[in-house]
Design a protein around this ligand. Structure first.
Ligand code: ZN
Length: 414
């Protein structure tokens, strides 16, 4: 039964074959190591300050206290020879304030033969000097980022010019408040009981922290007995939503923060019991009492996902509805196009101009590595397309809605 706004989740297709990623960085061989004097002046092409999604001009809002990376792009053709370059940033909250010095995460294997264009370098994390900003400098307010030093491994400081500094603004963003409820059910066909594994909660929590426009996720989780059993039908997800809406109502009455969003996870029993996800609605204004339910399981290629859980992007999609996000309408014919303002072709993170690149800053605890997600190769998490991440449109809209929800319960917040 579809309401005015289609808000059902993605159906599980046939398992896809492994797709090749054309954006995997080729390993470059550095042919010689030169010390300082052999370096001519190094030209810095750009400095990009990135969180989940960014343009090279750093035009996407930067959330205070959210994990942040700085990328410094060097014109390698300005070098005299192949070299391992190191770098150091100097960052300050004000022009006259105390400075913090930040070393690059890794050396840049620089090669003067490498004429990769800036637009393509952005899709390769190994093609820039990267710096992880300490949380002490990402508080709300301005941040002045300067390249302080660049030098070849074992050599003296190099001279450098070009884009040597950037000033950006970090803005306050509320945390994401989530209560995740695993619904344990019995499959009457097999007699087996199915409970979401811990990995699904962990992947969802981590994904929300990495992709959503929030400094942090205030998270809690429980598992309760579902008031339904398998086999499932079209009503199952409605019952799941009704059950957690009742739990939410009771818990909020007993002191739970009323800004908390509730999401149910229902295990797919290795594909045997796939409950298509659904939000209870798509509110036009702040309504954190809108609940949603999502399936969870091992993806095996579902939507281009080959890791341990699809609960991450699937749950982020259903939660996106509870923050008022509609479907962009991609792939065409598989979902409604109820978001008329969605700006990017094919539901991608970027148009063909590659203005936007997604950044997954990773999660060491889950073995998820730092990745640049090419904007034309990845798709917004409100689509049904493959390789999902968050686009700038969704990032800014959820940020705005989170602030509206905060204001609803605390008008003092501006
Ligand atoms: Zn949806």
């Amino acid at each position: 039964m579809m309401g005015k706004h289609e808000n059902k989740g993605m159906a599980r297709p046939q398992i896809q074959s492994l797709d090749s990623n054309p954006y995997v960085a080729p390993r470059r061989r550095v042919t010689s190591k030169l010390s300082g004097p052999a370096l001519s002046q190094i030209t810095i092409q750009a400095i990009e300050i990135c969180q989940a999604i960014q343009s090279v001009e750093s035009s996407v809002t930067l959330i205070a206290d959210k994990a942040t990376m700085v990328r410094v792009y060097i014109d390698q053709t300005s070098l005299a020879g192949g070299v391992q370059l190191r770098g150091e940033l100097k960052v300050r909250k004000t022009a006259t304030g105390p400075a913090t010095y930040v070393p690059a995460l890794e050396d840049l294997a620089a090669d003067p033969q490498d004429a990769t264009k800036l637009i393509d370098k952005r899709n390769l994390t190994g093609a820039s000097l990267n710096f992880r900003l300490p949380t002490t400098v990402t508080a709300a307010g301005a941040l002045l980022v300067e390249v302080n030093r660049i030098w070849p491994a074992g050599g003296d400081d190099a001279m450098f010019g070009g884009v040597t500094s950037s000033t950006v603004e970090f803005v306050y963003g509320p945390p994401l408040r989530i209560r995740c409820i695993g619904l344990r059910y019995v499959d009457t066909g097999t007699g087996q009981t199915h409970t979401p594994d811990a990995v699904h909660f962990a992947y969802l929590r981590s994904f929300l922290e990495r992709a959503y426009p929030v400094p942090s996720v205030d998270w809690s989780q429980i598992v309760v007995e579902a008031n339904f059993a398998a086999p499932f039908n079209d009503q199952t997800v409605l019952r799941a939503n009704a059950q957690i809406a009742a739990i939410r109502s009771s818990e909020v009455d007993n002191g739970m923060d009323p800004r908390t969003h509730y999401l149910a996870l229902v295990d797919d029993a290795r594909g045997r019991n796939f409950m298509r996800g659904r939000a209870m609605g798509i509110p036009d204004a702040a309504a954190p009492d809108t609940v949603a339910s999502a399936p969870c399981g091992v993806p095996n290629g579902f939507a281009g996902d080959h890791d341990l859980s699809y609960a991450d992007w699937y749950g982020a999609h259903e939660l996106g509805h509870t923050f008022g996000r509609f479907h962009p309408g991609f792939p065409a014919g598989t979902q409604d196009a109820s978001d008329p303002d969605f700006p990017f072709e094919e539901g991608q993170l970027s148009d063909a101009d590659q203005k936007f690149v997604g950044y997954d800053l990773g999660d060491a605890g889950l073995g998820i590595r730092l990745q640049a997600l090419a904007g034309t190769h990845h798709h917004d998490l409100m689509t049904y397309a493959e390789r999902q991440w968050i686009c700038a449109h969704t990032f800014e809209a959820i940020r705005t809605r989170l602030i509206e929800e905060d204001r609803q319960f605390d008008p003092a917040i501006v």
